[in-house]
Design a protein around this ligand. Structure first.
Ligand code: PCA
Length: 205
């Protein structure tokens, strides 16, 4: 059976939990439109997460890769348009904080998502969920994993890959006091809609 690798991240910085973890755990093993979802949580560590991600890809040989990340402060589901070849940002969970570093020196400055980002946004809006395309995944872990996923997908032709940032859940929003939050169930349903749309595009490719 064809496989969709769905990744989330562990908690990081000042967030005591990461709603992407619950989503990948809930969807792990589900079959949508004859594609099995393999859900995995990545560590928030620049070096280790890339290694872990590549190992998972090698083990399961996915046909689609959708990575999820928390974007605390965003109110909408935001499929990312592009990953850039930069690592820069706050400390990761291993204490490493890169400044202005390329992910891969001498490789592409940017790699575009190959997920159907516009149809995903349209479908989410039809279902009543706020969504928009984001033109930057930042320069932290999420951008890093998106770049890795697209770089791999580029080497394999038939593979679709990309990244979707999601808002905080209620628990995080309440604990933080200043960021918007969704209920976890709506986050899950919205991600399922995005997955469904991606699988449809994959089948009609
Ligand atoms: N969000 C971070 C890293 C892990 C996560 O869930 C980001 O947007 O880079």
């Amino acid at each position: 059976m064809r496989k969709l690798l769905l990744t989330g991240f562990e908690p990081f910085l000042h967030y005591p939990k990461n709603p992407t973890m619950e989503i990948v755990e809930a969807l792990n093993g589900q079959v949508i439109d004859e594609i099995e979802i393999v859900g995995r949580t990545l560590v928030v560590d620049f070096n280790e997460s890339a290694r872990q991600f590549k190992q998972i890809i090698q083990d399961i040989e996915p046909d689609l890769i959708i990575s999820l990340g928390l974007a605390g402060g965003r109110a909408k589901i935001t499929p990312e348009r592009i990953a850039i070849n930069v690592k820069d940002g706050e400390v990761d969970n291993a204490g490493y904080a890169p400044t202005d570093e390329p992910i891969y020196p001498n490789e592409a400055d940017g790699l575009f998502s190959t997920l159907p980002i516009r149809p995903i946004v349209n479908k989410l809006r039809e279902a009543g969920y706020p969504a928009e395309i984001s033109n930057t995944a930042g320069t932290y872990l999420c951008n890093n994993i998106m770049y890795e996923g697209l770089r791999y997908a580029k080497s394999k032709e038939h593979i679709m890959a990309g990244f979707i940032h999601i808002p905080a859940d209620f628990e995080l929003a309440i604990a933080n006091g200043k960021i918007p939050g969704w209920n976890q169930q709506d986050l899950l349903v919205a991600v399922k809609i995005a997955i469904g749309q991606s699988i449809e595009a994959f089948h009609t490719k």
